[in-house]
Design a binder for this molecule. Structure first.
Ligand SMILES: C[S@@+](CC[C@H](N)C(=O)[O-])C[C@H]1O[C@@H](n2cnc3c(N)ncnc32)[C@H](O)[C@@H]1O
Length: 312
């Protein structure tokens, strides 16, 4: 539900508007200065903003070198991610599972959210814990730049090019719904080591994913992610929790919202999944119509997972 199968790979280039640690398609520099104008989450892209993106069949996509992520990142996608955020919060009754609430309240606690998308998670925690400090990073500047709590910052960074933070900077490093963004090798050789590097000893690392089993499981679903974390040899107290999100009217209001997110996810994945499945767009639409009917018939649920652990 977060995003889709990681087998589909696209390799693109781009830049950001603020500090930009991405590489543009035809740029020789990996660190460009970018203007800090309006957030593109409003989808008010100017012609220079468009350098970050490519457009296909009326949807906007990231265009950043070496980034695999294939879902759109336009206004509709931001709305889908926001709805998904609230669905997850309702289902899990929390924004995270690590035992950090008291320290967040106490303050001076530094939090990093990797692949923050529209920044909903970061903004919410920033408002809830005004004494702590939050940074969200994403490979595209789709997060808010002007209207945000004073303790919240966003940066445009490609995680695969390493994070622009010193070792042992953050008390809590969080990442959610990135299963389709990295190959198995990237998870193990770049992503987890990078998250570990910027996490302070004694700090917590937490990853949350969903399993798109009806399409294809990604490499970071249970038990892979847990195995990657275990293999670092630098994490203790590795915890794992699992909850199913029910989809469809059979599960009441929560199911109806999940149904809406599932429909939006199918729609957002249409171009790439129909190519992956080697079917036409019409055939894809028909498949989705049938799948949506089956949610009620079979009482479909999407498994979601959280892994959290402490760095030694
Ligand atoms: C499914 S969205 C999840 C957004 C957010 N974590 C949430 O829970 O709403 C995945 C996000 O990861 C970002 N992303 C993908 N690959 C990335 C990379 N290599 N570096 C930084 N961000 C990346 C995408 O731009 C997208 O915003």
């Amino acid at each position: 539900m977060g995003n889709g199968p990681s087998k589909i790979k696209f390799h693109h280039n781009g830049k950001s508007r603020k500090k930009c640690y991405n590489t543009r398609r035809k740029s020789s520099s990996s660190l460009s200065s970018c203007s800090s104008s309006t957030a593109s989450r409003q989808n008010s892209a100017t012609s220079s903003d468009n350098d970050f993106y490519r457009f296909s069949y009326g949807r906007r996509y990231q265009n950043v070198e070496n980034v695999n992520y294939f879902m759109p990142n336009d206004e509709d996608e931001m709305a889908r991610l926001q709805l998904l955020h609230y669905l997850v919060k309702l289902n899990w009754n929390s924004d995270f599972s690590s035992p950090i609430t008291e320290r967040l309240k106490f303050g001076n606690f530094k939090v990093l959210d990797c692949g923050c998308g529209p920044g909903t998670w970061v903004m919410e925690l920033g408002s809830e814990y005004p004494n702590s400090h939050f940074i969200g990073i994403d490979c595209c500047p789709i997060f808010p730049t002007s209207i945000k709590p004073a303790n919240v910052e966003f940066q445009c960074t490609n995680l695969l090019n390493s994070l622009p933070f010193d070792d042992d900077t953050f008390d809590f490093v969080h990442m959610r719904f990135m299963v389709g963004s990295f190959t198995s090798e990237q998870w193990e050789s770049i992503v987890i080591p990078e998250l570990m590097r910027v996490c302070k000893p004694g700090g917590f690392l937490e990853c949350m994913e969903s399993d798109m089993k009806w399409v294809n499981s990604g490499p970071a679903t249970d038990p892979y992610l847990q195995e990657y974390l275990r293999r670092t040899d630098r994490l203790v107290n590795i915890n794992h929790a699992h909850r199913n999100i029910p989809i469809g009217g059979w599960a009441g209001k929560l199911g109806e919202s999940a149904f809406q997110v599932a429909q939006q996810t199918f729609e957002a994945s249409k171009i790439h999944l129909s190519e992956f499945l080697e079917i036409s767009h019409d055939e894809y639409d028909e498949l989705i119509r049938i799948a949506c009917r089956e949610f009620d018939q079979f009482q479909t649920m999407v498994p979601t997972f959280r892994f959290w652990a402490q760095k030694i």
